[in-house]
Design a protein. Structure first.
Length: 413
């Protein structure tokens, strides 16, 4: 059995090496000949207190060097193997390939790299919060497919209540509604032991149908109910004036700051508190946890309900943190991408946050490339975040272990 596993890993490593070699060849053949100029990346804004010079990159040489690195990584994996390095070199290779592609698209033009990083962080927020909701649920062995519906419910509630009573009230209501759906999911899968996947799909379909109906039948006639205020950026004194880092990290709205704070709190809770240790024990071996006096049902109820509140907060970003209005299906699958971020982050809050930044970058990349006027059709550019999800989960994650009892109902004897 061990020999068969070793052969399978070696074959997978060689396939990864072949992919990197092919990717390097494609970049050299198709991108380098059209990159005869220089690419200019702006690092400062006109209003910055401490401006920094632009980053000027020669297109052709950079792409050829990137292609050489990709070929080197691929040959190393193909000839020498090493399953441990396979996922790492594939991840590094994909970063190099994206950098080469971005240089090719920017040759002869000027591009705000700081603006793109800022947009990447903003667009990563709902994915990060969705991933964090997944971590909190699956750490107690509840698979939360309903994150997409909870995000959508938070977005709808934020728009409706925000239009009637202001942004703060809308935000509180969105968090509360997310918690309600989290509690419903916990009741279905913990108390009634309904299949966890089916329960999550039920929540998604129910929220999608309800919000679509109200949006088409009510919001179209009473537009004042769909005109919520948007939370503006809060600039942190001194830090927001830093070049590059200032506008990216310290000039954001409360949803961006909230994502970082919640990721830190969740990490502290899960790995540095007694209750977090109990939650992880419930996710790994619920019967042993029950034997030690831990209330498995209560722990799962609390964690899944809190996960729903986090998802509701993330859903409010779509309306109160972005456009100020609700549109049908506006979450666009971000809840499912959040689950991919959770897997990529290996069921760790900080890992899910960092993974969400990758998907947020892919999301903002397709918009920036459209502004640069690349010859790639817009339909293909719109696929970028979803392609990134498939590539990351299928190739970069490697062997990621979920909590041992994940998805398994528990019956107290």
């Amino acid at each position: 059995m061990t020999v068969l596993l070793d052969k399978a890993r070696q074959r997978q490593t060689r396939i990864t090496g072949g992919i990197l070699i092919a990717l390097g060849a494609l970049i050299a053949v198709f991108l380098a000949p059209d990159a005869s100029g220089v690419a200019t990346f702006r690092l400062s804004r006109p209003t910055d207190v401490w401006p920094v010079p632009n980053l000027v990159v020669p297109g052709g040489p950079f792409i050829y060097v990137a292609s050489a690195f990709l070929a080197f990584f691929g040959v190393r994996l193909f000839l020498r193997g090493g399953a441990k390095w396979s996922a790492r070199l594939l991840g590094i290779g994909l970063i190099i390939a994206v950098a080469a592609f971005l240089v090719w698209a920017t040759v002869g033009k000027s591009f705000s790299l700081t603006g793109m990083l800022q947009a990447s962080l903003v667009r990563a927020v709902p994915i990060a919060l969705g991933g964090l909701a997944g971590v909190l649920s699956e750490r107690v062995a509840v698979v939360n497919i309903g994150i997409e519906g909870m995000l959508l419910a938070g977005a709808f509630t934020g728009a409706l209540v925000g239009s009637l009573a202001g942004g703060i009230a809308g935000l509180i209501a969105a968090v509360a509604v997310g918690g309600v759906f989290g509690f419903v999911l916990a009741a279905l899968v913990v108390t009634y032991r309904m299949d966890q996947i089916i329960a999550g799909v039920f929540i998604n379909l129910f929220v999608l149908g309800l919000t679509s109906y109200i949006s088409s039948q009510v919001f179209q006639e009473y537009r004042a109910l769909n005109n919520a205020p948007v939370f503006r950026a809060v600039e942190i004194p001194i830090l927001s004036d830093l070049p590059v880092l200032g506008p990216v990290l310290f000039s954001q709205n409360i949803f961006v700051y909230g994502a970082f704070i919640l990721a830190g709190l969740a990490t502290y809770y899960l790995f540095h508190t007694r209750h977090g240790l109990r939650a992880r024990a419930v996710g790994e071996h619920p019967r042993a946890a029950d034997t030690l006096g831990i209330d498995v049902y209560r722990t799962r109820y609390v964690n899944v309900t809190v996960a729903g509140m986090v998802a509701g907060f993330g859903g409010a970003w779509f309306t109160l943190g972005s456009v100020g209005r609700f549109d049908e299906g506006m979450t666009g699958g971000r809840g499912f991408i959040g689950l991919a971020a959770m897997i990529f982050g290996r069921w760790h809050p900080v890992g899910a946050l960092l993974a969400a930044l990758v998907f947020g970058f892919a999301d903002s990349l397709q918009q920036k490339l459209a502004l640069l006027g690349t010859p790639i059709p817009s339909d293909f550019l719109a696929m970028a975040p979803y392609i990134a999800t498939i590539v990351v989960v299928a190739g970069v994650v490697g062997r990621a272990r979920a909590p041992a009892a994940d998805g398994k109902p528990y019956v107290k004897e």
